[in-house]
Design a protein around this ligand. Structure first.
Ligand SMILES: CSC[C@H]1O[C@H](OP(=O)(O)O)[C@H](O)[C@@H]1O
Length: 366
C-alpha cells in the first residue's frame, strides 16, 4: 500500500537476491523504519519480537527465512534445523507451520545445489499468492458492505468495527479484514471504522489507525471495552476481523478480545465476519478452544507501554506497580456459532465443517 505516496509491501527481496527488507512495525506509527534480515536468526528474532506480525506475513517471512538458510547450509540437517528455529518463534498462527512445511516438502525433493534458488522462488510465490488471496477476500467482503450500504439512509455511513490489525501490515499487501474496507472506500461507499486499540500490543491504535489514516478511511479509535456499548446503541453495522488459525469446524483463533466482541455482536444481532485466507485454515483441528495453542507472551507487554513523549522521543513507561505480575494470553478462540460468515478468497462461507468442506473440497481431510 502507499506510504507517503510510495508503494510498499511489508516485506521484499533486496537487489542482492539474498537479503530481505521488512517494515519494522514496532516503531509505527511514530517512525517508519526498514530493516534488513541477513541470517536465519534475524528472521527468527523478527517474528518472535513482532518486528513483523500477522499470520500471513509471519508465513511469508518464515519462507524467506528458509531461503536464506539454504544459502548458508542447504543440507537436510540444515533444512530441519531451520524448520525448528523458525517454528518455535510463535505457536498460534498456522501460516508459520504451513509455510515451513510447504518449503521443506519442496526442497527435500531437490538436490542441495538447487535448493537456495528454488527456495527464493517459492517464497516469492507465497508472497504473491498472499496478495492475490487478499484481493479476492476484498472483493467478496465488498459485496457484504454494498448490501449493508443499500439499507442505510442517504448520507449515512456503514459503521464497521475491527479488532487488532488484520491490515496490509499483517500481510504482504491489502490485508484481510481491511481489504473490503479499502475496496469500499475506493468505490465511494460511505464507511467509517471503529478501531479497537487492542491492548496490550496496541496493534489497532498503532497499526490499523496508521493504515486507515494513510488511506483516508474515516475511523475512530476506541478502547477495547467500548465495542459492546456501541453495538447496544446501534452504532455498529458489522464487525470484521482477521484470524491466525481457523479450524475445520469454523472456530476462529484471533487476537485476544475477539471472542468478547463476537459475544457482544451476537447479543446485539450485529453481523460478525472473519476474513479468512485459506492457508489460515488448520484442517487437522476441529475444536479450537481445546486444540489451538495460545501464545503466552511476556507480562511486560501488559505492564509497560510504548509511545512518543512530549519531546517527540519514543519511550517506554511502566503502567502498573512493580509488585503486580501480569498474564498475557495473546489470542482467544471464537466458537463457530458466534460467526456470521467466513470471507474467503473463494466466497463467503458459513462457519460450519460442511460449508468449509464444500468450499475447499480438495483441502478438507476425509
Ligand atoms: C491477517 S492475520 C492478522 C492477525 O494477526 C494478529 O496477531 P499478531 O499481531 O499477534 O501477529 C491478530 O490476531 C490479527 O487478527
Amino acid at each position: 500500500m502507499k506510504v507517503g505516496g510510495q508503494h510498499y509491501h511489508t516485506i521484499w527481496l533486496n537487489e542482492d537476491g539474498r537479503s530481505v527488507d521488512i517494515i519494522d512495525q514496532r516503531w509505527l506509527p511514530h517512525e517508519f523504519r526498514v530493516v534488513t534480515l541477513k541470517t536465519v536468526d534475524d528472521f527468527a528474532r523478527a517474528i518472535r519480537e513482532m518486528w513483523v506480525r500477522g499470520a500471513p506475513l509471519i508465513g511469508v517471512t518464515a519462507a524467506y527465512g528458509v531461503a536464506i538458510a539454504m544459502t548458508e547450509d542447504p543440507s537436510d540437517a540444515g533444512l530441519d534445523q531451520t524448520w525448528d528455529v523458525l517454528h518455535e518463534t510463535r505457536p498460534t498462527a498456522i501460516n508459520l507451520r504451513w509455510a515451513l512445511d510447504d518449503m521443506r516438502t519442496l526442497l527435500r525433493s531437490m538436490p542441495e545445489a538447487q535448493r537456495a534458488e528454488a527456495a527464493y522462488k517459492r517464497a516469492a510465490a507465497i508472497a504473491e499468492e498472499d496478495v492475490e488471496l487478499n484481493r479476492s477476500i476484498g472483493r467478496n467482503g465488498l459485496e457484504i458492505i454494498r448490501e449493508i450500504a443499500k439499507r442505510k439512509k442517504p448520507g449515512e455511513r456503514v459503521n464497521i468495527l475491527t479488532h487488532c490489525n488484520a491490515g496490509w501490515l499483517a500481510t504482504v499487501d491489502y490485508g484481510t479484514a481491511t481489504a473490503p474496507i479499502y475496496l469500499a472506500t475506493e468505490e465511494g461507499i460511505p464507511i467509517h471504522v471503529y478501531v479497537d486499540e487492542t491492548r496490550p500490543r496496541n496493534q489497532g491504535a498503532q497499526l490499523t489507525a496508521w493504515e486507515l489514516d494513510g488511506h483516508g478511511v474515516p475511523h475512530t479509535l476506541i478502547v477495547d471495552n467500548a465495542g459492546g456499548h456501541l453495538m447496544q446503541h446501534g452504532d455498529v453495522d458489522m464487525v470484521i476481523v482477521g484470524t491466525d488459525r481457523t479450524t475445520a469446524n469454523g472456530d476462529v483463533c484471533n487476537k485476544i478480545g475477539t471472542y468478547l466482541k463476537a459475544l457482544a455482536a451476537k447479543d446485539n444481532n450485529v453481523p460478525f465476519y472473519v476474513a479468512l485466507p485459506s492457508p489460515t485454515i488448520d484442517w487437522t483441528v476441529k475444536d479450537g478452544v481445546k486444540e489451538i495453542p495460545i501464545e503466552e507472551r511476556s507480562g511486560d507487554e501488559v505492564t509497560f507501554v510504548q509511545g512518543r513523549g512530549m519531546d517527540g522521543a519514543i519511550m517506554t513507561v511502566r503502567l502498573s506497580p512493580e509488585g503486580s505480575p501480569a498474564a498475557n494470553p495473546a489470542f482467544d478462540v471464537t466458537p463457530a456459532r458466534l460467526i456470521t460468515g467466513l470471507i474467503t478468497e473463494r466466497g463467503v462461507s458459513e462457519a460450519t465443517p460442511e460449508a468449509l468442506r464444500t468450499m475447499f473440497p480438495e483441502r478438507a481431510l476425509p
